[in-house]
Ligand binder design. Structure first.
Ligand SMILES: *Cc1c(COP(=O)(O)O)cnc(C)c1O
Length: 375
């Protein structure tokens, strides 16, 4: 990777806060094990650094999206079980077994090819019997066995012969809204599916699902976004510790004293006297263009709005409210965290924190704080 020692912006990731969030979520689901979802490079924060910290905090199961992500996590976590959500690609079974990765079987075709692989690979050839999860669809209509395939499997359970099922799982569509009727409906469908299948441990809840109560926890909860400091509840104050902070640096400051426009498209018009600061961060860093005229930073304890459009490498802030001595070239400005909650920032850009985090660019200097010791 290119050196970022002279980067214009600094992304700080608090690994101790991730460990604290993990323990908090585990305590909220005392009857269940707590797995960590570290897909998409731990939601953009760096799975290589995040996963070992979670393992030291007690996490014994990880979820990733793809086989490649699974291999990356296996390199840094030796002990835990790693589930691959996007299923078993054709021909990939030996690779899964070799690296002790557990496929999430999302359709009958995958059940059959995993079963066939296990029956072919005689027991002594496999160091440890690899396990798999079975995903049944209960309303997402995205991945997982549809009802018809579930019925087929229930009629011919021998199709599971030789497969060690670590988990039967499903995924909630509306968990962040406790009042949504889908939650109860999906739970009922999940219970019906489990009754039709051989006994196995069960998993339904994502981060928000943990907050729906015990009847959603089953044997394993799958915490993702909340580990990274995002509010998993729709209306309550954020119970999670802040993990991400992003600071840009002022490149230039200018006084404006007459009506004039700022940036591309002349999209912002200054009307009276004031001061503008240009900060070296832009949409190429994942600072979304949707923050144009909407986002804000915090400088010297004062909220400073983004004015005009976000450019590729720069934004402009109105710093009129900040004493001139506190807004000079080189001064850091908080753009995420430190007074700019990731949830509020995402909402003002018309998106969700998941997208904001996974968009965080590669150009920052990345600092990881803490994470050295077992908590
Ligand atoms: C991403 C994902 C999760 C984690 O969801 P969060 O809302 O980030 O907690 C859990 N389960 C599945 C199947 C997922 O795809």
């Amino acid at each position: 990777m290119r050196s970022t020692s002279h980067a214009g912006a600094v992304l700080t990731i608090d690994l101790d806060a991730i460990a604290r969030n993990y323990r908090h979520l585990a305590e909220l689901s005392p009857g269940a094990a707590c797995a960590a979802v570290v897909k998409a490079d731990a939601y953009g924060l760096g799975a290589e650094r995040v996963a070992p910290v979670l393992a030291r905090a007690g996490c014994r199961a990880f979820f990733v999206a793809t086989l490649d992500e699974g291999l990356d996590v296996r390199r840094v976590v030796d002990e835990a079980e790693i589930f691959v959500l996007n299923g078993l690609p054709p021909g990939a079974a030996p690779e899964f077994a070799r690296h002790r990765l557990s496929p999430v079987l999302n359709q009958l075709g995958e059940v059959d090819s995993w079963g066939a692989f296990l029956r072919r690979a005689a027991a002594p050839a496999l160091a440890a019997r690899p396990r798999a999860a079975l995903h049944v669809d209960t309303g997402m209509n995205r991945l997982g066995l549809p009802q018809r395939e579930l019925d087929e499997l229930a009629q011919r359970p021998r199709r599971l012969d030789g497969i060690e099922l670590a988990l039967v799982m499903s995924h909630l569509a509306c968990a962040e809204d406790p009042a949504h009727a889908m939650n109860g409906e999906q739970r009922a469908r999940f219970d019906a599916a489990r009754a039709a299948l051989p006994p196995a441990r069960a998993s339904l809840a994502n981060s928000s699902g943990i907050f729906l109560g015990r009847e959603f926890h089953y044997d394993l909860v799958r915490a993702g976004v909340a580990l990274y400091g995002v509010n998993p509840t729709l209306e309550n104050a954020n119970p999670m510790a802040e993990v991400v902070s992003l600071q840009g640096k002022i490149l230039q400051v200018r006084d404006v004293d007459r009506p004039m426009t700022v940036g591309y498209g002349a999209a912002h018009r200054v009307t009276g006297p004031g001061r503008l600061a240009t900060v070296g961060i832009g949409y190429a860093d994942g600072y979304l263009r949707a923050f144009s005229g909407r986002g804000w930073g915090v400088l010297a304890g004062t909220r400073v709005p983004v004015v005009g459009r976000v450019s590729m490498d720069m934004i402009t802030l109105d710093v009129t409210a900040v004493p001139p001595a506190e807004a000079v070239p080189g001064t850091p400005v908080a753009l995420l965290g430190g007074g700019v909650p990731v949830d509020e920032a995402a909402a003002c850009a018309g998106t969700i924190p998941y997208e904001l985090l996974t968009a965080l660019g590669r150009r920052y200097q990345r600092l990881y704080r803490g994470g050295e010791q077992a908590p």
